[in-house]
Design a binder for this molecule. Structure first.
Ligand SMILES: [Cu+2]
Length: 509
């Protein structure tokens, strides 16, 4: 019976402060059970974080790429820790078949994970690769001192700079580039996490993972194939094209999912690089046993969704009871399903029907996120090269159909009697032009209609969020499936219909 006693303590504290207005030191009234007292204890912050000069030989920090986390320092004394971090600008996939120029700390988004202990003296070496086009620096939120290291670390391409700081406060801290234009450097992926362990370390767990959210701004639409440039205006307007975990739509799904086994304890170190959005971080199907909110000292228990500010972080521990796919999302949910903020924790092990009797999450929550998007990228490349075949287009279309249309028209195109008309052997499709079919997808359809002798009077929502490529591939797949008579629809056909049917800017993205 924990909660009544907590309420009692809070009640006493409140009563105390009401009876003694102006009394600054309320600690005398906060005498509760030991667990409550220790959770709410004050650490003293930076004033108690200096454990004297570093002892022993200097240590070279082990840095890890996401989603990996370096092992605990395991030390009981302060040390001198040397961190070598290199800025690398590189072109990588942001989504299947979509490339973007990322600016990175250590070649990854987010940058390398750094782990030190409170009281350590950190000698920081920032290199900027000779191939870089831009100067960069680093502002570590775990640094006490103006700019968090930014002024001392301004580094031109091909150069190196060095500065030293003592990690006085423990906690989980964001670091980021702070070179002008700061927003653009952050938007291009220049952020990561540094963990300053408390002197006694963190409670041991079976798995620790490193996940960081960021918002991205490209000139093209979400999933528009090919190379995409940074869009400064979208960034200023805070209208991201992508919201991602670990810098790419595929970073933590499919074969890249993070993993655990039933009965294990999992710890997530989650940061939010921004540059703009606040994350409503949630794991579908799990409850955080503990959340060290804002990456600080105190934890909250039994949490469903936790806020992570831009430029902030949190740690969460939970125990996994049941096997299956757990979906990490930003619960500002359009970001998860329409901008990419989705990752998978794959838990293996024995079913436990007394805890959960249900079935796998995949079909409900994952849609086309559960299958490889590779055929879509292959078709886009072939289209660009002018070699696109009907087969490539249909294959890409089938992947997209399964994420977009099958929820209503069903994977076999049969629809649902009286509710969703069939696309299989549809006389509606046979009797309408390609332009009219494109129009149905882009602008939706409603009102009475008859398909294969059966009447429907329902609403199909517009799907103008799809790119021209995607609409062309889906419809080509439909035309060439289920005895629909064949034919092909091109990206250009879709573009023409889109142009001739203006809609609000909002509906187009
Ligand atoms: Cu930079």
């Amino acid at each position: 019976m924990k909660s009544p006693s907590i309420r009692l303590v809070l009640g006493l504290a409140l009563a105390g402060s009401l009876l003694l207005p102006g009394c600054k030191d309320s600690s005398s009234t906060a005498s509760g059970p030991a667990t409550v007292a220790s959770q709410q204890s004050i650490t003293g912050g930076s004033r108690t974080g200096d454990f004297g000069p570093p002892q022993g030989e200097p240590i070279h920090a082990m840095l890890t790429s996401p989603p990996q986390v370096p092992p605990p320092t395991g030390r009981d004394h302060p040390a001198k820790v040397i961190v070598d971090l290199e800025v690398i600008e590189l072109e990588k996939e942001i989504a299947e078949g979509v490339t973007y120029t990322f600016w990175t700390f250590g070649g990854t988004v987010p940058g390398s994970f750094i782990r030190v202990r409170q009281g350590d003296t950190v000698e920081f070496h920032l290199k900027n690769h000779p191939d870089s086009k831009m100067p960069h620096n680093i502002d570590l939120h775990g640094v006490t001192g103006p700019g968090g290291g930014a002024a001392s670390s301004f580094t031109a391409p091909g150069h190196e700079s060095q500065f030293t700081f003592k990690a006085l406060n423990h906690g989980l801290y964001v670091y980021h580039c702070a070179t002008a234009p700061v927003g653009m450097h952050v938007a291009n992926g220049m952020y990561g996490l540094i963990l300053v362990e408390p002197p006694e370390g963190l409670p041991p767990v079976d798995h620790e993972y490193y996940v960081m959210q960021g918002d991205f701004y490209t000139v093209g639409k979400y999933r528009e194939k090919g190379y995409q440039a940074f869009d400064m205006q979208k960034a200023i307007d805070e209208h991201p094209t992508y919201v991602l975990f670990n810098g790419s739509e595929g970073a933590l799904v499919g074969d890249n999912a993070i993993t655990a086994n039933v009965g294990e304890n999992v710890r997530l170190f989650v940061g939010n690089g921004g540059p703009n959005l606040v994350s409503s971080f949630h794991v579908i199907g799990e409850i955080f046993d503990k959340v060290w909110y804002e990456g600080g000292t105190h934890f909250q228990e039994n949490v469903q969704t936790t806020l992570i500010p831009s430029g902030g972080a949190m740690m969460a521990d939970f125990h996994v009871e049941v096997p299956g796919s757990y979906v990490l999302v930003d619960h500002s949910i359009f970001r998860a399903f329409n901008k990419g903020a989705l990752a998978i924790l794959r838990v293996d092990g024995e079913e436990n029907k007394t805890v959960y009797s249900g079935k796998e999450v995949d079909s409900v929550y994952l849609g086309d996120k559960a299958v490889s998007q590779a055929p879509v990228a292959v078709a886009a490349e072939a289209k660009a090269a002018g070699t696109l075949t009907l087969e490539e287009q249909s294959k890409a279309g089938s992947v997209l159909f399964n994420g977009t249309c099958s929820v209503c028209h069903q994977a076999n195109g049969q629809g649902l009697p009286g509710v969703f008309p069939p696309l299989a052997g549809s006389d509606y499709i046979a009797s309408h032009s390609h332009e009219q079919l494109v129009d149905v997808v882009l602008n939706g359809l409603n009102g009475p209609l008859t398909v294969n002798g059966k009447n429907y009077n329902s609403v199909m929502p517009p799907m103008s969020q799809l790119t021209d490529d995607e609409v062309a591939n889906i419809l080509t797949y439909v035309l060439n499936s289920w005895d629909n008579g064949g034919g092909a629809i091109s990206k250009e056909d879709v573009a023409r219909v889109r142009e001739s049917t203006p809609r609000s800017e909002g509906a187009a993205h």
